[in-house]
Write a protein that binds this ligand. Structure first.
Ligand code: SF4
Length: 194
């Protein structure tokens, strides 16, 4: 498996606007995002298997992210006609989801224990099975969001040197690729994990 810097370059070559390696310990979390999800401004609360409350407990998801050794944040930037261009926003979200799945496919061959987080609701299926109470169609591929895992995306962008907003009449979406499980810690068995 290549370094996180090399993976970031590869992700840019796959179509990301920009990508940047970040130390997993530097990823900023805020459990208050779960309260924001409950406000349901996006309309997906309780309507997608990878969104709260079905995504899992936020502390467990934060621990799941922190269990990885390497991370690469990535972003897509799309043009809009104006700030009310909902069609453009949906098209941009769909394009971001397509790239997120391509990155997931790449990592699943390079690093089987990897996890890729995307933006907002899963988006793999045209409509999620959750509202109908049916099982997820692709449980091995369903994409959790950065926010569902408690990641503060604005602070993440700043720490990675990526711009959170990329100009008038554009929309920017983020994702993150995580790979390689951390080894046992020094505290647990007296052996360094690094
Ligand atoms: S894969 Fe389909 S059914 Fe499963 S969470 Fe995603 S959108 Fe919903």
């Amino acid at each position: 498996m290549q370094s996180a810097i090399e993976l970031a370059e590869q992700i840019e070559a796959m179509g990301a606007f920009r990508a940047a390696a970040i130390e997993v310990d530097a990823i900023p979390f805020d459990t208050a995002f779960r309260d924001a999800c409950r406000q349901n401004s996006c309309g997906f609360y309780n309507r997608c298997w990878t969104c709260p409350p079905d995504a899992g407990e936020i502390d467990e998801l934060i621990a799941r992210v922190r269990a990885y050794r390497y991370a690469v944040a990535f972003q897509t930037v799309s043009s809009l006609e104006d700030s009310y261009d909902m069609e453009g926003m949906h098209a941009a979200a769909a394009a971001h989801n397509r790239l997120t799945l391509k990155i997931q496919d790449l990592l699943s061959t390079l690093a089987p224990e990897s996890m890729v987080l995307g933006a907002g609701a899963c988006g793999i299926c045209k409509t999620c099975t959750k509202p109908d109470g049916l099982p997820c169609r692709f449980p091995d591929r369903a994409i959790l969001s950065l926010e569902a895992c408690g990641i503060d995306v604005s602070a993440l962008a700043k720490r990675c040197g990526l711009r959170y907003i990329n100009g008038k009449n554009t929309v920017t979406y983020f994702g993150i690729a995580l790979y390689e499980a951390r080894g046992p810690s020094r505290d647990q068995d007296g052996v360094s994990d690094g």
